[in-house]
Design a protein around this ligand. Structure first.
Ligand SMILES: [Zn+2]
Length: 296
């Protein structure tokens, strides 16, 4: 009788736990929205039950410490840090995370690793004076991935690209089981797009990349840069597509970069910039031939 009661009690306590377990997604995503100093880059943590993978360390040391705190608070063991592309706002402060999580592998697509090693010396010259004490003393580069998959507790995270985004070699991470897209700077949301490395062919190529990513039909999209307060959903894909579609027409109807800035601001009135209009001013000057295309 006692044994029977015990079995009954166990059955009752076990049943709700099992039901809950089935409703939980296999993986979850937490996003840290960095400060204006880090150009509002989003650092994302993909979490399993015990382990986690971080996408894109931020620009400043301060924001990297905030990302380290997010990882520690998650209670997960950080196995990988994935860098989407060779722009310093997506990897510069990784030394903080290297120190905090020495067992985590810092990885990127081989092309991205090559890009970073090539451009690191002049990135340090360009950005270190601006960052001052909030910049890394010795920025370093990730290791090259040997496959296009990162495994997280048996779940596949797929590396997409390189393809044209705000950088010619942009990559994304795609998590099919939860339809989550971590696209780095292939996707912006209500932040002016960086078009300082683009002629109109590259703008068209970027629009094609957005079509490819939209075809995945993601539920979660963590834009590389987003205006604070926006959701992590497909609205970033729609914003980026609309901006890339409008850009060539606006460029063709402007006489100089000042006029182009006015036209873009009028077309996208809630869209913000970073670093004192850095993105829009430089992108429009490049578009109108007032300064050469940036090489990053
Ligand atoms: Zn960026």
């Amino acid at each position: 009788m006692i044994r029977w009661l015990l079995a009954l009690a166990l059955a009752f306590t076990a049943a709700p736990a099992l039901a809950e377990h089935h409703e939980e997604p296999p993986l979850t995503v937490e996003v840290l929205r960095t400060s204006a100093g880090s150009l509002h880059v989003n650092s994302a943590l993909i979490m399993g039950e015990r382990d986690a993978v971080l996408v894109d360390p931020p620009f400043t040391l301060a924001d990297a410490h905030r990302v380290a705190a997010m990882v520690l608070d998650s209670g997960r063991n950080l196995t990988h840090i994935f860098v989407t592309h060779d722009h310093p706002d997506h990897f510069f402060a990784m030394q903080v995370l290297e120190d905090a999580f020495p067992d985590a592998e810092i990885v990127a697509h081989p092309t991205v690793v090559e890009d970073i090693w090539r451009s690191l010396p002049f990135k340090v010259v360009r950005w270190s004076p601006m960052l001052g004490d909030n910049g890394p003393a010795h920025p370093s580069a990730p290791h090259a991935l040997t496959s296009d998959t990162i495994m997280l507790e048996g779940h596949e995270l797929q590396v997409l690209g390189p393809m044209q985004g705000d950088h010619v070699h942009s990559t994304a991470l795609w998590v099919p089981e939860i339809r989550a897209l971590l696209p780095g700077d292939l996707v912006f949301n209500e932040v002016h797009l960086w078009l300082g490395e683009h002629d109109l062919d590259r703008v068209a190529d970027w629009a094609e990349s957005i079509e490819t990513l939209s075809a995945l039909d993601p539920d979660i999209v963590v834009a590389g840069h987003a205006r604070p307060g926006l959701p992590d959903d497909a609205s970033g894909l729609a914003f980026t597509a609309a901006y890339l579609e409008a850009w060539p027409m606006l460029v063709n109807s402007a006489l100089d970069s000042d006029e182009l800035q006015e036209l873009v601001r009028a077309a996208f009135p809630t869209t913000i910039d970073v670093l004192d209009d850095f993105i829009l001013v430089n992108s429009t000057e490049v578009a109108l031939g007032e300064q050469p295309i940036w090489t990053e």
